[in-house]
Design a protein around this ligand. Structure first.
Ligand code: R5P
Length: 290
């Protein structure tokens, strides 16, 4: 098996290979003057199982094209199997036609990736109305969760925590982490009006006396969900407010805004950033060993 990091998988591909005691290399990626991508493998792939690691953040469209160019080329170079490890897989939130005429991007992007890869592993995919990866990918697919790593982080770093899920979709992470730790959790209600306008409210009273509130969610993008949740937790006199997310997208300076609001933010390293303290390469390697 050969583990190869694409341009947005470098921060984690090497760690996965180290955990598996396997060889690691990088996909050679550059751009032509007109902004088109050029990818090249520097090693022989014939008869090998090739694992391409690509996290789809920032220039997401480029990330997708790069992964497709690499997978198709690996196929032409006679790789045996071509596997995608996607620490962050994009477009999963657009899982229905919210407005007339809109693209259901989740299906389209999964379909496109599925045309070029034999198998895909996704870390904590955002699944809401679609329950399983198998419903969107026609190829073999598996999800890997970072829940136990998050629980472990809380156990060793945060005293007297109460886990808060900011919306119904977050229970898969918030409740699961709380259950693993054997502590309480509360899931709040959220109504989203637009990308920038969300309303979060309590559905039951929460006693946060002497407790550190730990908001657990899969994605932080603009940060509005967390900011609105933190407003409620402040009113409830939480000792300190933490936010632990899996995919720290932190669009448009979100991390700064959250820190300015007094929230201590921690994420996993599915997307590299300065608060990526939880290393999911361990969970990926464990899954591969199976
Ligand atoms: C959606 O339900 C996700 O779990 C997150 O809550 C959401 O993506 C966060 O987005 P934002 O940070 O822009 O509020």
């Amino acid at each position: 098996m050969q583990i190869i990091s694409c341009s947005h998988g470098k921060h984690i591909g090497k760690l996965i290979a180290k955990n598996l005691r396997m060889k690691h290399s990088y996909l050679n990626v550059s751009k032509f003057p007109d902004d088109e991508l050029r990818v090249r493998f520097d090693l022989r792939l014939q008869n090998k199982d090739v694992v391409l690691v690509q996290s789809f953040y920032k220039n997401i469209s480029d990330c997708i094209i790069e992964a497709i160019l690499a997978a198709k080329t690996a196929h032409e170079l006679k790789a045996k199997r071509i596997i995608l490890v996607a620490p962050y897989f994009p477009y999963l939130r657009q899982d229905k036609r919210f407005l007339n005429g809109e693209a259901v991007s989740q299906e389209i992007i999964a379909d496109l990736i599925g045309k070029y890869f034999d198998e895909v592993f996704v870390i904590d995919p955002h699944m809401h109305r679609t329950k399983k990866l198998q419903q969107i990918f026609k190829i073999k697919s598996a999800k890997i969760t970072s829940n136990s790593l998050i629980a472990d982080y809380i156990k060793h770093n945060i005293k007297n925590p109460m886990i808060i899920g900011p919306d119904e979709e977050s229970y898969k992470w918030a409740k699961n982490v709380a259950d693993t730790l054997g502590i309480e959790s509360r899931i709040l209600k959220k109504k989203r009006y637009s990308s920038y306008h969300v309303e979060v409210r309590l559905n039951k009273k929460i006693d946060l006396h002497n407790k550190n509130a730990v908001i657990v969610d899969d994605i932080v993008s603009t940060g509005h969900t967390i900011l609105e949740t933190a407003k409620i937790l402040k009113k409830l006199k939480a000792k300190k407010i933490y936010c632990i997310c899996i995919h720290g997208i932190f669009a448009e300076g979100a991390l700064n805004k959250l820190e300015k609001a007094g929230i201590k933010v921690i994420s996993t390293n599915t997307i590299p950033n300065k608060v990526a303290k939880i290393d999911v390469s361990v969970a990926i390697a464990e899954d591969f060993k199976k």
